[in-house]
Design a protein around this ligand. Structure first.
Ligand SMILES: [Zn+2]
Length: 222
């Protein structure tokens, strides 16, 4: 972190003082070293929260699956959102409620789902909310209802019921009528919501529905 900051300051200082020649004089080894450091994780003020996530079983597995550097970027212009995935491992935030771990886990799950890409998908949101709920439940099963928050109380209920199917394999999910009924109701709620509604750029995949990324996280990654 410190080295990263020093390099950024040195780069900025160099640019401001117009010392471009000094940059041309950097040999190849220095440049690749700089790139390596610039692509390291940077959790901003949330290092402790990320460490807490990594200390859980689900968090450890999630980071194992993500496999690209994560950067938390302060973005006061996010509008109605308090947090959002910006692509290339960058998670933008303007405000994180306390405790911040559940929403950070949700955003990290989006990185796991789409890697460097940004995909505005209602299906991905349902899966990410189920992942967030399972994370909250694994950390504190007694107070999970106080900690887990989603767009509405009725949506939270649907997510909790869908979480019962999270351990199922994807073909069993695709063949379950009850799973589809719950999933369809959750999609209907998202279509009406401010953040993910039909007036936004969010789209959705048609059925059969399933949780392919959750399946990987829960059953494949050791
Ligand atoms: Zn999300």
């Amino acid at each position: 972190m410190k080295i990263y900051r020093i390099i950024v300051i040195v780069c900025l200082g160099g640019l401001l003082s117009n010392c471009a020649d000094e940059f041309r004089n950097l040999d190849q080894e220095d440049i690749s070293r700089t790139e390596l450091i610039l692509s390291a994780d940077d959790y901003g003020p949330y290092g402790k929260e990320i460490a807490n996530i990594k200390a859980t079983v689900l968090g450890r597995k999630l980071f194992q699956g993500i496999a690209i550097p994560i950067t938390l970027v302060y973005k006061p212009d996010l509008g109605k959102r308090t947090v959002g995935y910006l692509g290339n491992g960058k998670i933008g935030y303007c405000f994180l409620s306390y405790p911040a771990e559940p929403i950070l886990f949700h955003e990290l799950f989006h990185v796991f789902q789409t890697r460097a890409e940004v995909v505005a998908s209602r299906n991905n949101e349902i899966e990410a909310y189920v992942a967030q709920y399972l994370f909250c439940k694994s950390v504190d099963p007694v107070h999970v209802d106080d900690v887990f928050e989603a767009i509405s109380a009725s949506f939270e209920q649907l997510i909790k019921q869908l979480a019962d199917y999270a351990e199922w394999n994807t073909s069993s999910q695709k063949n379950s009528q009850k799973f589809h009924e719950l999933y369809s109701r959750a999609l209907a709620e998202l279509r009406e919501s401010n953040l993910y509604g039909t007036h936004t750029n969010y789209t959705e995949e048609r059925e059969p529905y399933s949780f392919p990324n959750l399946y990987l996280l829960l059953n494949v990654i050791k």
